[in-house]
Design a protein around this ligand. Structure first.
Ligand code: ADP
Length: 577
């Protein structure tokens, strides 16, 4: 590089003729030197490479001097070597780690005071007599040291630019100008390097967060259909990271069954610019299936064009575990139903026995009538008819029990809660009598049907009824009363409550009863209420327990009925047991 050869190595005009030349050519020199410094700043090298070049440049144009750019680590705060290619390694090593204080040498002092420090003669200047830096510099043959803070635009000290010379000296105006240029360029270079580190760190953090949350991000420019996808998006779509993500590639991964709905969502977004929320499946090249959730928000790019910034989250594990949970709950519900069989068995025996003994009695009467002389055909016919009626009744009871205790997939339809309740109360009649329980059924007339699974709802009501009976088992000093009520509620809902005069419950533990395996019974399993609440919540309802004003407790649930609103939105099958 050639810069202004009229200048001496000390950086000032050599004689009177030179003075004129200096005044004539100085502006051009400053421009050239500033340009060169800016070129170095833009060179794209590493921080230390660029700072090294800056130091060499100054040493080249500024005469017999050595330069160092030292960074300040404000965590110490201490001085660190950034670049000092012309200074001895032993000198730099001793500078590195110096505390930022006013008495640890000119560099640390300049950082500490945030001002330029000119040590024109380290040997004689009384300020440095006690400083370790003085002996270090003198030992390396350096007598003067000029240190200038390199400040960020926000005003914090990023580093120090130091010029050291073998003889006592003060900076010339030329050198002061050069120092100012270097401090400015070095601040840009150091600040950029810091920003680059921050950006790299946040990119790494983002990539790690995306990996942990199985979420890939993307930007979709609608005007060109260009898609920019993160590394994690590539991994979710199982694409090579060097391969650019395109809308076509994204589409090719969508499960054929979900293809129309995704395309519709994207087309809708294209026309209305609303947020995208969509869950669908991907069919991977090895035929495995992934469940993904896409969320995107519309924004404008700097040119005002519409683009979507979004995320695609792989929710496969969650969906699979939900399915497993649903299956486990279904097993649990089945167990709960089978467990209910124990307390019910007396009723079942009674219910089935009644028509069976009716059949036996009618059949023997019929036999007697037919073998009489003369045979009583009309009487026999009547007894056969009665036997047939009893047989049908027995078969109906068995079918009901079968529905209740066999494991079935949820079957959604219109359910009459009053009818289900009546059936169960009939089934429990002998239990009620045996336990001396008086029953009051207050079933609302014209109760609208609900949408749901009949067997599941039967199971909930049965569980509430059996619990109520058990809660009254130990009560002997007052009457055992069971009140079953159905009523229509505001907002197209139906409520069913079972109230007893049993042991009751504390408000504080009312919620604990619904926890799985919470039981106070010696042979209880503690799953009935847990499963019941699960079922009711999947019927978009609630199930609660509360102590009665008097003795006992009341359990009630409320679910949407087949009203106007329910008709339109309730046809979603519960996924539960
Ligand atoms: P389990 O009947 O096997 O104990 P549940 O989940 O049906 O399981 O009930 C959990 C617990 O809730 C019972 O053990 C009992 O302590 C309490 N509980 C249920 N129903 C009543 C009721 N009607 N009155 C008082 N406590 C009740």
């Amino acid at each position: 590089m050639t810069i202004a050869c009229e200048f001496s190595r000390e950086g000032h005009p050599q004689n009177g003729a030179g003075q004129a030349a200096y005044e004539r050519t100085a502006p051009a020199f400053w421009r050239a030197s500033d340009n060169r410094l800016l070129e170095l700043a833009r060179s794209g090298g590493t921080l230390s490479e660029t700072l090294d070049s800056v130091c060499r440049f100054v040493e080249e144009v500024s005469g017999e001097c050595r330069c160092g750019i030292y960074l300040i680590d404000w965590r110490g705060p201490t001085v660190r070597t950034g670049a000092a290619p012309g200074l001895a390694a032993s000198f730099n090593a001793a500078i590195c780690g110096l505390p930022v204080r006013s008495d640890s040498g000119p560099c640390a002092r300049a950082a500490y005071l945030m001002t330029q420090v000119i040590a024109a003669d380290l040997d004689s200047d009384p300020l440095w007599q006690a400083s370790e830096f003085r002996s270090l510099a003198l030992a390396h043959g350096l007598r003067s040291c000029w240190c200038t803070p390199i400040c960020s635009p926000a005003g914090s000290v990023l580093g120090i630019f130091a010029i050291l010379q073998r003889s006592p000296a003060r900076p010339t105006p030329f050198q002061q100008n050069l120092i100012a240029g270097v401090a400015h360029v070095a601040s840009i270079v150091i600040e950029n390097a810091r920003l680059a580190v921050t950006i790299r760190r946040s990119e790494a953090a983002l990539a790690e967060t995306e990996r942990l949350s199985c979420t890939g991000s993307f930007v979709w420019r609608l005007s060109t259909d260009e898609v920019i996808g993160s590394g994690q998006l590539h991994r979710i779509l199982e694409l090579d990271e060097s391969q650019p993500v395109t809308l076509g590639l994204i589409r090719s991964r969508i499960h054929p069954v979900d293809h129309p709905s995704v395309c519709e969502a994207l087309e809708r977004a294209r026309s209305d610019g609303n947020d995208i929320e969509h869950e669908h499946r991907l069919l991977m090249p090895d035929q495995s299936i992934k469940y993904v959730r896409m969320t995107a928000h519309a924004a404008r790019d700097p040119d005002g064009h519409l683009e979507y910034i979004g995320a695609i989250q792989d929710v496969t594990e969650r969906r699979l575990s939900e399915a497993a949970l649903g299956k486990a709950r279904s097993e649990l519900a089945h167990v709960a139903r089978v467990v209910s069989l124990g307390p019910l068995s007396a009723s079942i025996v009674h219910e089935v026995n009644q028509p069976l003994s009716g059949i036996v009695i009618n059949a023997s009467t019929c036999l007697r009538m037919l073998t009489a002389d003369p045979p009583n055909v009309a009487g026999a016919l009547e007894t056969v008819r009665r036997a047939l009626r009893d047989a049908r009744l027995a078969s109906e009871i068995i079918a009901r029990l079968h529905a209740l205790f066999t494991k079935k997939e949820p079957k959604i339809g219109s359910v009459e809660l009053n009818e289900v309740t009546r059936e169960l109360l009939t089934l429990l009649q002998s239990d009620l009598q045996r336990h001396r329980v008086s029953l009051r059924a207050e079933l609302a007339e014209d109760l609208p049907p609900v949408i749901g699974d009949r067997v599941q709802l039967q199971q909930v009501i049965l569980n509430l009824l059996l619990n109520a009976l058990e809660a009254m088992n130990s009560i002997d000093d007052r009457s055992r009363r069971l009140v079953v009520r159905t009523e229509q509620e505001d907002g197209d809902r139906v409520r069913l409550s079972v109230s007893d005069s049993g042991v009751g419950l504390d408000f504080q533990i009312a919620e604990r009863l619904f926890e799985p395996f919470y039981t106070t019974k010696r042979s209880g399993m503690g799953i009935g209420l847990f499963v019941s609440r699960f079922i009711i919540e999947h019927h978009r309802g609630w199930l609660r327990a509360a102590p009665n004003d008097g003795p006992g407790a009341m359990f009630s649930f409320s679910i949407p009925s087949l009203g106007r609103e329910a008709m339109s939105s309730c046809c979603r099958a519960p996924r539960g047991p």
